[in-house]
Design a protein around this ligand. Sequence first.
Ligand code: HEM
Length: 162
Amino acid sequence: TVELNQALLALDWLLGTWESDEPGEGNFPTIKPFHYTETLNFSHVGQPVINFTFNAFHAETKRPMHRECGFIRMQPGTNRVAFIIAQNSGLVEIEEGDLTGQQLNLQSQAVARTSFAREPHVQKISRVIQLRSDGRLEQSVSMATDNQPLMQHLHITYRRSS
Ligand code: HEM
């Protein structure tokens, strides 16, 4: 196995596979609240990049739902982190933010979508990913759309599975 690139040592706590410990909660003013499960994987091949996949499933039927994959980079010598993300909904985005301890605070810097994406369109995304002192990983995602201000869409916690 290859050693983690020096540029990403501050993010070593993310590496591996994480499974939601209890169903995550999905919300937004315009939708019916829902529950979901999710598996996260963070890996690397020695490059100054972490590769990730987030796969979400319907909590009851286990049917595959939302998926994201992408890359994480850090600005050398800083605590600045960038997530480069593609989503199965047809959305792509760059999120940037700071790493403070084991907490990432990210904001979308660029959002683009397929020409035929459903409305309302997402205008802004912010996300917090943190390793809690109890060893669980926690993720909250907020979004703003054409017709709703920035508000929480997702909250979920995970347990490390490998
Ligand atoms: C609805 C965006 C992640 C499940 C929506 C809507 C948007 C959206 C724009 C429509 C809101 C409206 O009609 O006003 C996003 C973004 C995500 C994300 C940007 C990630 C950054 C997820 C995840 C799940 C999920 C992980 C888990 C299964 C749903 C469901 C709905 C929904 C069930 C309501 C039904 C539907 O419109 O399909 N999401 N979502 N989303 N989202 Fe997400």
